[in-house]
Design a protein around this ligand. Structure first.
Ligand code: AMP
Length: 339
């Protein structure tokens, strides 16, 4: 039996487990919460993410270790030789370093750096997640920006897109079709794929440059702004991603299965779509399952989390649904959402 260790036992870990069980894999998760959602699909080590003893327990006997969130300490990933490689994590944890890498690779971005470079109004973001919260604020007048922050030009984008990519240990790279994403209050609400007139080839080319530069292994999500058909990179996440959940039913191989295939050195699966998909997050509350499962083409995922304001407790994917069903479902899900 192959044992996969995962730093983090949230819904992403849970969905990794659900994808890996049919492949004969077993799972062990590290999470500070004894009621972590992934505990239903594997063994759970309860402990802090940066506790070397808990990490050692996670890694003992594991064939490979991975992680499900990008705020893991680099030292933890190094200790366990976890994949994706720590370098991707390190570069992605600092927005300034990340943007400078994009620039070095010739990947277009919004102007960034100091206010002299961006002009006003600008968006000021904390460089590190977890530093000062996840805050970003709009600046309309000159102000001193601390070393912990980064200014960005405010982009009048037409739409927000993401591309989910996977790279194997042998460097083979595959991409799922582009996704269009809608956020509200900083939380992803809806993802749709395919996207009309999507600049797929350009997105793959840019993401491919990033994956090769990082010597990446596993699934990576790359968030982009579409500005009049021109793509600007916003950020990447070195992990399976909420904007890729539709691939579970909407693609030949899901992001979760391909992540596991990649980190285990197995052949990658096909990433084509099997139809049109719309993924809706269930936030803070969900309509009754009876109602959701009555919708044509609906697939329900509940994460086993206690509903709390603004918390993702599940998602629903509609495959091959007509626009009327999509609109109805959006309204239904919105009415039950809290936050
Ligand atoms: P981020 O934390 O960088 O993912 O930003 C969160 C959200 O803020 C994005 O999904 C966009 O909707 C918006 N945003 C981020 N950067 C910019 C920008 N430079 N211009 C306009 N909107 C932005």
């Amino acid at each position: 039996m192959t044992l996969v260790g995962c730093i983090g036992g949230g819904q992403l870990g849970r969905m990794l487990g659900l994808a890996g069980l049919p492949l004969g894999l077993r799972f062990r998760f590290l999470d500070p919460s004894p009621s972590a959602p992934a505990a239903d699909v594997g063994e759970l080590v309860v402990g802090a993410f940066d506790d070397p003893v808990a990490l050692a327990r996670l890694g003992a006997g594991a064939d490979v270790v991975t992680y499900e969130f990008e705020n893991v300490a680099v030292a933890s990933v190094v200790q366990l030789g976890a994949l994706p490689p720590y370098r991707a994590l390190e570069l992605g944890q600092d927005r300034l370093v990340e943007k400078e890498m994009f620039r070095r690779l010739g990947i277009p971005t919004a102007r960034f750096g100091s206010l002299a470079e961006t002009g006003l109004p600008a968006l000021v973001k904390s460089r590190r997640l977890g530093y000062d919260g996840k805050g970003q604020r709009r600046l309309d007048a000159d102000e001193v920006i601390s070393d912990h922050e980064l200014a960005e030009e405010i982009v009048a984008f037409d739409r927000e897109l993401s591309i989910i990519a996977v790279r194997g240990t042998d460097g083979e790279t595959r991409f799922w079709p582009l996704v269009e994403n809608a956020h509200r209050d900083g939380i992803l609400r809806v993802s749709r794929s395919p996207v009309q007139g999507a600049p797929q080839a350009e997105a793959e080319e840019l993401a491919g440059r990033l994956l090769d530069e990082l010597g990446y292994v596993g699934v990576l999500a790359f968030e982009l702004f579409d500005v009049g058909g021109r793509l600007l990179a916003n950020e990447f996440a070195p992990r399976v991603h909420n904007t890729g959940h539709w691939t579970i039913e909407g693609a030949v191989t899901s992001q979760f299965e391909n992540h596991l295939r990649a980190i285990l050195g197995l052949p990658l699966g096909a990433t084509g779509a099997v139809g049109s998909s719309v993924m809706l997050n269930l936030i803070g509350g969900a309509p009754p399952s009876e109602q959701l499962l009555g919708l044509p083409g609906a697939h329900l995922h509940l994460y086993g989390k206690e509903p709390r304001r603004g918390r993702k407790i599940g998602h629903l994917t509609l495959v091959g649904a007509d626009e009327e069903t999509v609109a109805e479902t959006l309204a239904l899900v919105e009415s039950a959402a809290d936050g």
